[in-house]
Design a protein around this ligand. Structure first.
Ligand code: PLP
Length: 424
C-alpha cells in the first residue's frame, strides 16, 4: 500500500489528521470531467423545478417555499467566537449550511436521494404517456399516479438518512419502498419509515452488507429499481444542485467568491456522494476559488484511505485495522464510492478526520451558541474550520502552497450541517 507512512500511522492510531490531495488541479468554471459537464447538474436542477408543484401539493411542509426543497445559509458568530476562544484563529466569515432542516429528509440526502426517485418516477410516467415535461406536475399527487407507481418497487441500502429521503418520497409517490438498514442505523429512523408504509429490512452487518443485500433482492425483481449509493450518478448530480442555490444565497448577502475572496467548504463524508456532488457543483461555478475539504470519523475514514492509497473502492477501513463504528451514523461507511473517488481525484483539496468526542462537543456547542440542533455526523465539518488557520496545523501548508495565507481575513467558510432535523 502506498499511503504516506505518516498518514497511515495517524489513521491506525485513531489520531485526527489531514491528508492533502497531491492530485488536485486548477479547474475553471464549467469544466468537463470524465465526460460530465455543467449540464448534468443543470438537468438535475431543472427536474427539481418541474416537480415543485408536486411537492407543494404532496408535502405540505414545502408549500411555504412553493415546493422548493432548500435550506438556509446561517451566520454563526457565536460558534466562531467559541472556536477562536479554544485556540482556533478564524479570520473570515463563517456560515452554516443548514441542510439538517431540508424538508422531507431532514438531511443533505434530500437533494441526492429525492432526485434519483424523481428521475425514476418521471421516466416511468413519460414512457407510459402519462406525463409531459411542460405539464403541471401537481397531477402526480393523485390516485391514478399512485396506482401506476404501485406496480414498481424502489430499494436502497442505508445507514439511515438516505433511507428516509428515498423511502418517504417513494412511498408518498405510491411506490413499494424497501430500505435495507445497516446495524448503525438509529431506531427512530426505522420507526419513522415503518410508520409511513416503508418496508425496513435490518442487518447485523455494516453499510456495505445492507447495500449488497438490497442489490441482490432488487435484481431478482424486474419491476424493482435499486438506488446504488456506491455508484450513482443521479444521486451525485442531485447533490451538486446545492451549489446553484448557495451561490444565490451568497450573492444575496453580497459575499464575493473570487481570487481575492476564497471560499472554504467543510463537508462531512460517508460513501462520498454528498460531499463529492457538492464539490463538483461548487467547482463548476467557482473553479479554483473554492477549496473543498471532506470530514470523516477517525474510525471510518474510507474516502481518505481510498484516495490516499489510490485504491479507491478496492480498500476498506477494516483493511487498515479500524472498526468503522462511530457515533456519526451518517458517516459510518467502510468503503468509499469508486465513482466519487474518480470524480474527486483532481477536485478535492483534502480529507481530515475528527474524533467522536469532538463531534459530540461541537453538537452541544452549536446548540448552545446558536440554538441549532444537529446530529453528530453533521458536526464533523467544524473539525476543519477550527484547524484551518492555526499556525501549528497541517492546513498551514495548504494555505501557503496556494498563496492563501494573506487572504484569510477576506475568506468565507461554510460548514455543511448535513443532518439531524428530524431527530425526535
Ligand atoms: C449521508 C450523510 C453524509 C455523507 O454523505 P455521503 O454521500 O454518504 O458521503 C453526511 N452527513 C449525514 C448526516 C448524512 O446522512
Amino acid at each position: 500500500m502506498s499511503i504516506a507512512d505518516g498518514i497511515i500511522k495517524d489513521l491506525e492510531e485513531r489520531k485526527e489528521t489531514l491528508w492533502l490531495n497531491p492530485g488536485r488541479e486548477h479547474v475553471a468554471p464549467r469544466f468537463e470531467r470524465n465526460g460530465y459537464k455543467f449540464v448534468h447538474m443543470k438537468a438535475a436542477q431543472s427536474r427539481f423545478m418541474r416537480f415543485m408543484p408536486y411537492f407543494a401539493s404532496a408535502f405540505p411542509e414545502t408549500e411555504a417555499r412553493k415546493g422548493i426543497i432548500e435550506s438556509d445559509l446561517i451566520p454563526i458568530p457565536g460558534m466562531r467566537e467559541w472556536l477562536n476562544g479554544k485556540g482556533a484563529n478564524i479570520g473570515g466569515q463563517v456560515f452554516l449550511k443548514d441542510d439538517a432542516h431540508l424538508p422531507i429528509a431532514g438531511s443533505v440526502k434530500a437533494r441526492g436521494g429525492i432526485h434519483e426517485v424523481l428521475k425514476i418516477a418521471e421516466t416511468l410516467a413519460q414512457r407510459a404517456g402519462m406525463l409531459w415535461p411542460t405539464e403541471n406536475y401537481s397531477k402526480i399527487d393523485s390516485d391514478e399516479f399512485r396506482e401506476f407507481y404501485s406496480q414498481y418497487t424502489i430499494q436502497v441500502g442505508s445507514t439511515g438518512n438516505l433511507g428516509i429521503s428515498i423511502g418517504r418520497t417513494a412511498a408518498r409517490l405510491g411506490f413499494r419502498a424497501i430500505v435495507h438498514m445497516s446495524s448503525d442505523a438509529k431506531q427512530w429512523k426505522k420507526d419513522l419509515l415503518r410508520s409511513e408504509g416503508v418496508i425496513v429490512r435490518e442487518y447485523a452487518g455494516d453499510y456495505s452488507q445492507a447495500v449488497a443485500n438490497g442489490r441482490k433482492e432488487s435484481e431478482a425483481d424486474p419491476n424493482s429499481f435499486f438506488i446504488d449509493d456506491e455508484n450513482s450518478e443521479d444521486l451525485f448530480f442531485g447533490y451538486a444542485t446545492a451549489a446553484m442555490r448557495v451561490s444565490v444565497q451568497l450573492v444575496k448577502r453580497s459575499i464575493p467568491v473570487d481570487a481575492r475572496h476564497p471560499l472554504f467548504l467543510y463537508l462531512p463524508c460517508g460513501v462520498g456522494g454528498a460531499p463529492g456532488g457538492i464539490t463538483y457543483g461548487f467547482k463548476q461555478l467557482f473553479g479554483s476559488n473554492v477549496h473543498c475539504f471532506f470530514a470523516e470519523p477517525v474510525e471510518a475514514p474510507c474516502m481518505l484511505v481510498g484516495m490516499a492509497s489510490g485504491q479507491h473502492e478496492k480498500i476498506s477501513v477494516q483493511d487498515i485495522g479500524l472498526t468503522g463504528h462511530t457515533v456519526a451514523d451518517g458517516l459510518a461507511v467502510g468503503r468509499p464510492s469508486g465513482f466519487v473517488c474518480n470524480m474527486m481525484e483532481s477536485l478535492v483539496s483534502g480529507v481530515f478526520t475528527v474524533s467522536d468526542e469532538r463531534m459530540l462537543e461541537y453538537q452541544s456547542k452549536i446548540s448552545e451558541t446558536e440554538g441549532i440542533r444537529l446530529e453528530p455526523s453533521a458536526c464533523a465539518g467544524f473539525g476543519g474550520l477550527s484547524e484551518i488557520e492555526r499556525t501549528d496545523s497541517l492546513f498551514v501548508k495548504y494555505l501557503e502552497e496556494n498563496g492563501l495565507s494573506d487572504l484569510m481575513s477576506d475568506a468565507t467558510h461554510i460548514v455543511w450541517a448535513t443532518g439531524g432535523g428530524l431527530m425526535p
